[in-house]
Design a protein around this ligand. Structure first.
Ligand SMILES: Cc1cc2nc3c(=O)[nH]c(=O)nc-3n(C[C@H](O)[C@H](O)[C@H](O)COP(=O)(O)OP(=O)(O)OC[C@H]3O[C@@H](n4cnc5c(N)ncnc54)[C@H](O)[C@@H]3O)c2cc1C
Length: 246
């Protein structure tokens, strides 16, 4: 049986969720709902920047798009303050909302590669390493970042750059489509042909334009074996090298 829960509203005031409201939400939610005192709560509110110490009232750990819809509709109905968590690597801790509700996508890690079309669809809880692991089976790579534990979601909606950017552009230049749950709780595909304004905003505009549940990226032939290295010259060659570089 749920206990009533104090939680922050969209306007910043504290409101109380009744046991009945929480129970009804839980009944239609496939993933896990965590609150302070639950065994997994402390680990779930830990993010990459260990200096951030925020205590969400409720963490909704989603298993799929239907859970995200459910969480958005619940937050909308109850007027709750919400944050969205992908890989939890944002340095300012934007994925955690103090005393509000976190929609946590960390368990959504499906990756589907189409080797012929050279595309991949990856769910929003993936890290860069989750995607690379599958695409490299085909000798292909998406344009992602440098550190494999970073989340694809925050990286992509923030623009995203990495090893392959100088050759192929930014991460957001290489997104074909995104599945998005809007603030109204509707599921839409954002692409050049479908909801193009939303697609434009999500490619670099950061959070708050909806919850992206999966990303479709273009892939390029890279690896699985690659040659890397630094190029160095003797210090006395510096004038010639720098003149050439300039
Ligand atoms: C160690 C480290 C290495 C990094 N390397 C790179 C790099 O090589 N290239 C690069 O471009 N950046 C890099 N970054 C920056 C990184 O891309 C951003 O911090 C990014 O926000 C991380 O995404 P995330 O999903 O892990 O973050 P989160 O903290 O989970 O989310 C970041 C923001 O995106 C929003 N968001 C998350 N998921 C969704 C979603 N599904 N739909 C809508 N909004 C969402 C959140 O609400 C939040 O505002 C690095 C950061 C760290 C800490």
């Amino acid at each position: 049986m749920d206990q009533p829960l104090s939680i922050k509203s969209l306007q910043g005031a504290t409101t109380t969720l009744s046991a009945e409201a929480l129970g009804a939400f839980r009944a239609g939610f496939r993933g896990t709902l965590l609150r302070a005192g639950d065994a997994a709560y402390e680990a779930s509110r830990a993010i990459w920047n260990g200096m951030i110490d925020r205590r969400p009232a409720l963490i909704a750990c989603c298993t799929g798009t239907a859970d995200v819809v459910r969480a958005v509709q619940f937050a909308r109905k109850e007027g709750l303050a919400v944050s969205v968590r992908g890989g939890g690597h944002n340095i300012a801790g934007l994925s955690l909302c103090d005393q509000g509700m976190v929609i946590d996508l960390g368990a959504m890690k499906g990756v589907w590669v189409d080797g012929e079309q050279r595309t991949v669809r990856a769910q929003a809880g993936c890290t860069l390493g989750d995607v690379d692991r599958e695409t490299q089976l085909h000798g292909l790579a998406a344009i992602l970042g440098f550190v494999s534990t970073t989340g694809i979601a925050g990286l992509t909606v923030g623009g995203g750059f990495g090893y392959l950017t100088r050759k192929y552009g930014w991460t957001c230049d290489n997104v074909v489509s995104m599945e998005v749950v809007t603030a109204a709780g509707e599921v839409v595909i954002a692409s050049a042909d479908s909801h193009p304004d939303l697609f434009w905003a999500l490619r670099g505009g950061g959070g708050n334009f909806g919850v992206v549940t999966s990303f479709e990226y273009r892939l390029y032939p890279v690896g699985p074996e690659i040659l890397v290295g630094a190029i160095a010259w003797r210090a006395d060659a510096a004038p010639e090298v720098l003149r050439h570089y300039r």
